[in-house]
Ligand binder design. Structure first.
Ligand code: SF4
Length: 448
């Protein structure tokens, strides 16, 4: 979501005539886009912000914009006192305050017209390579802002505010504009993306939005994330199966495999519900006899307050049973400001969290390797994004990473490749001899 927000602010600045730079020292405007999902991320963002202070002291005309979840949606008076060298504070996903600041008053407009203006976009870790934005093949578009769910461990609803869906026409126009700049794949984003439109009475839902985005000419692929087990409907699965540009890859977090832990997290479903959902997804988006048809990724938190060994074992067993394609694992850490922080002592020792984390990691590595091995020798379609250390990197419809060696310029192209090596997290391949149109259908995985 933050990468998408950064792209939006970069776009807004380019409209004002600014050019991106990777050197903060050269910039007239520095935007620091922040994530505070964990306390450690907030600490990093704060220290990055302090590191900009000497630059501001040397060049007081430089504009510093603090953006994102550190600012939040509920006012920033306290931050103003704490960081007086910051000129503009912007809530998540909103370039508006910066644009208003930069366009206010004639003198600033004149100054802009006379000199070359540059901006640097940073997050807490790195300087985003925004000067390569024009070459992006895959891009993200936020469609639902905020979240109204309030899981006990999560700070996002407090910082990003209540759920708000963006108008479908605005989203479609943004996708058109990205495609006209060379983007081939769009990922629609929301904290619970399947709830798109639920806050607009009579408004379109995610299925309708997928259909609208699907109409955009030149767009090759559509993805969406993150889903919530409660809101993934049969209608949505049917839409994925029906629309060829919508890729068969679903990101749907379970977080824990034990019902009491799920209740304490206030997730709103049981492990049984999740098991049924996985079955429904696989029934509706099946593969052929050799290749799995849909990939499912999940998120899991180990060491949630009160999680016993037996409860952890249920998570382990469920993951072993479901054999999902990907599991994003996290060790629980207390996030100040959340319900869990106020009411639930962080009582699983750190070394025990690590042990559980590694046990799941090892399990998942074996499962992912087994799933990837089905692809060996198969021909699949890959959208190539960029060349990394001499090899082209691309993704299958199921989001699996594929690398190939080729002298051709493959950026932005969808090409059939034959898989020559598989590992748990990526595969190697060579370009297949014939075009996709000439291949028998059953050999082309796997788009729904
Ligand atoms: S669904 Fe839960 S975890 Fe996801 S953003 Fe909303 S509150 Fe946070």
């Amino acid at each position: 979501m933050n990468v998408a927000d950064s792209q939006r602010v970069a776009s807004a600045l380019e409209h004002l005539g600014y050019q991106a730079t990777r050197q903060p020292e050269e910039a007239n405007v520095i935007v620091l886009n922040t994530c505070v999902v964990r306390q450690s991320a907030e600490d990093k963002a704060t220290s990055r912000l302090y590191s900009l202070r000497p630059l501001k002291d040397q060049r007081p005309d430089m504009v510093i914009n603090l953006m994102g979840c550190l600012v939040g949606v509920k006012g920033y008076e306290r931050l103003q006192k704490r960081f007086p060298f910051v000129d503009v504070f912007s809530p998540p996903s909103d370039p508006g305050p910066l644009v208003a600041y930069l366009t206010q008053g004639e003198s600033r407009a004149l100054e802009q017209a006379e000199t070359e203006q540059r901006f640097a976009l940073m997050d807490d870790d790195l300087l985003l390579p925004m000067d390569e934005r024009g070459k992006l093949v895959a891009s993200h578009v936020p469609v639902v802002l905020g979240c109204s769910h309030a899981c006990t461990f999560c700070i996002i609803p407090y910082r990003r505010g209540v759920e708000r869906s963006r108008p479908a026409g605005e989203i479609q126009a943004e996708v058109r504009s990205l495609v006209s700049q060379g983007v081939k794949e769009i990922t629609l984003l929301g904290q619970i993306v399947d709830r798109y439109g639920k806050d607009i009475p009579g408004g379109p839902g995610l299925s309708d939005l997928l259909r609208m985005v699907h109409e955009v000419e030149g767009l090759e692929r559509i993805r969406f994330l993150t889903s919530h087990p409660t809101w993934m409907t049969g209608e949505l699965l049917d839409t994925i199966a029906e629309l060829p540009k919508v890729m068969p890859h679903i990101e749907v977090p379970i977080q824990a495999g034990d019902d009491r832990v799920l209740e304490n997290m206030r997730r709103g479903y049981t492990s049984g519900d999740y098991r049924l959902l996985v079955q429904r997804i696989r029934d509706r988006l099946p593969g052929n006899c050799r290749i799995p048809g849909v990939s499912i990724a999940t998120d899991i938190i180990v060491g949630f307050p009160g999680e016993s060994e037996a409860q952890f074992q249920r998570t382990y067993d469920l993951l072993a049973e479901l054999k999902l394609d990907v599991a994003h694992l996290a060790r629980y850490s207390t996030r100040p400001g959340t319900v869990a922080e106020r009411r639930m002592p962080d009582d699983v020792p750190d070394e025990e969290k690590w042990r559980r984390f590694r046990a799941l990691e090892e399990l998942q590595e074996g499962i992912s390797a087994e799933i990837s091995a089905h692809f060996l020798g198969e021909t699949v379609e890959v959208l190539f994004e960029e060349k990394v250390r001499g090899r082209w990197r691309g993704r299958m419809p199921t989001n699996k990473l594929v690398f190939i060696e080729s002298e051709e310029d493959l950026r932005g192209m969808v090409r059939p490749v034959t898989i020559t090596w598989t590992g748990p997290w990526s595969m190697q391949a060579r370009l297949a001899g014939r075009s996709a149109a000439m291949l028998p259908l059953e050999l082309i995985s796997v788009s729904a």
